[in-house]
Design a protein around this ligand. Structure first.
Ligand SMILES: [Zn+2]
Length: 365
């Protein structure tokens, strides 16, 4: 088939400035690359952090890494996805939000490919870096070598599929690290998209009760449809909050606490909520400078296991897709993507997402 000569990209020019839609050339995919026509890309919280200048991201650059699209052309060597399903032109796919620089110690020895030195992420590179199309807010995207690709089944919509390769896969990694067992009680700090998927995942891993904390009343109400049994406002007095939490987390505290709100000041409260011998997983503090004062003696005295989780292992991508496909009738995942915008309206989409007017804004180029 003939490839387009160029494709449009909504270029991130500088923090908080309007995006500029520009044309960049398209070439045939090289070995181990695929060229994809983007059908949907959702705005992740980390895109907002980049856009607002809170985390380093090159300008002019591309944002957007929660991407689904259809294969336009396959480079030499790409014949199957990561679990062995055959790939053909026209197939709709998702892929890991990161790709890694060949074999390396972190990947081969430590089994942490996502932390490889030189790891690159879609939606985090300069627009001037060839092959230019490597982010979601664009008509086309190259899937680059050493990415992990998954073919999407027909019975899942773009809105259900787009957050899988970041939000959902990350929460699969988080809930795996959280030591959730049959009958566990889990408290989640933050009921944005991560918290909602986290609640549904915790339930599917056997949690008896999931309690969600969020200052946003609308999110607390929505959370009840995603496996949260009780949603509380964390701005209540700590003593009242702990009392209410412990009506479900008997006798004294949650087995597991998960932070996905991105606010460092919540950590002292989380330390009080988790029971003696419990597990505390921190995953939302993705921007540098998350300083907080807390009494580290509480970790010792309560024998708390503290874990940080960043991104995910490629196996979590498979688990994320299978989880969404299996549970999409049980939980209304599609409603989480509650705003759609054209490529020319990325600036408006970003503004609506940042102000929480929408939970997950989708760019449909
Ligand atoms: Zn993300």
């Amino acid at each position: 088939m003939t490839l387009p000569a160029s494709g449009r990209i909504a270029v991130y020019t500088e923090p908080n400035a309007p995006f500029q839609v520009q044309d960049f050339p398209i070439r045939a995919p090289r070995a181990d690359e695929a060229l994809v026509k983007v059908s949907m890309s959702t705005i992740c919280r980390s895109d907002i952090h980049s856009y607002q200048g809170h985390r380093p991201s090159p300008c002019p650059g591309l944002l957007g890494h929660e991407i689904v699209g259809n294969i336009v052309a396959l480079g030499e060597g790409i014949t199957h996805d990561m679990r062995g399903d055959r790939l053909s032109v026209g197939d709709r796919i998702t892929w890991s939000e990161f790709f890694i620089p060949g074999d390396n110690y972190f990947s081969e020895v430590l089994d942490l490919p996502q932390k490889s030195h030189g790891v690159e992420k879609y939606g985090h590179m300069a627009a001037t870096t060839a092959p230019h199309h490597h982010g979601g807010f664009a008509e086309y995207c190259y899937v680059l070598p050493k990415s992990w690709i998954l073919r999407l089944p027909d019975n899942i919509t773009d809105a259900e599929a787009a957050p899988i390769n970041c939000g959902v896969a990350t929460m699969v990694a988080v809930t795996e690290a959280a030591n959730i067992r049959l009958g566990s009680t889990v408290v989640i700090q933050g009921l944005g998209l991560l918290g909602l998927y986290g609640a549904a995942l915790a339930k599917s891993r056997g949690a008896k009760y999931v309690i969600g904390l969020d200052v946003n009343a609308k999110r607390r109400e929505q959370a009840l449809r995603f496996g949260v049994d009780m949603a509380l406002d964390p701005s209540l007095a700590a003593a009242d909050l702990l009392k209410q939490i412990n009506t479900m987390c008997r006798p004294e505290g949650a087995d597991t606490v998960i932070e996905v709100c991105g606010v460092p000041e919540v950590l002292p409260l989380g330390l009080e909520i988790v029971r003696v011998g419990g597990t505390y997983v921190i995953a939302g503090l993705v921007s540098p400078g998350a300083h907080v004062t807390l009494d580290a003696n509480r970790f010792v005295k309560k024998m708390i296991t503290l874990k940080g989780v960043h991104n995910y292992h490629p196996r979590h991508l498979i688990e994320a897709l299978d989880f969404v496909v299996k549970h999409k009738a049980q939980y209304p995942f599609a409603e989480l993507v509650d705003g759609q915008y054209a490529l020319d309206d990325v600036t408006q989409a970003m503004s609506d997402a940042a102000s929480q007017r929408v939970l997950r804004a989708a760019i449909v180029p």
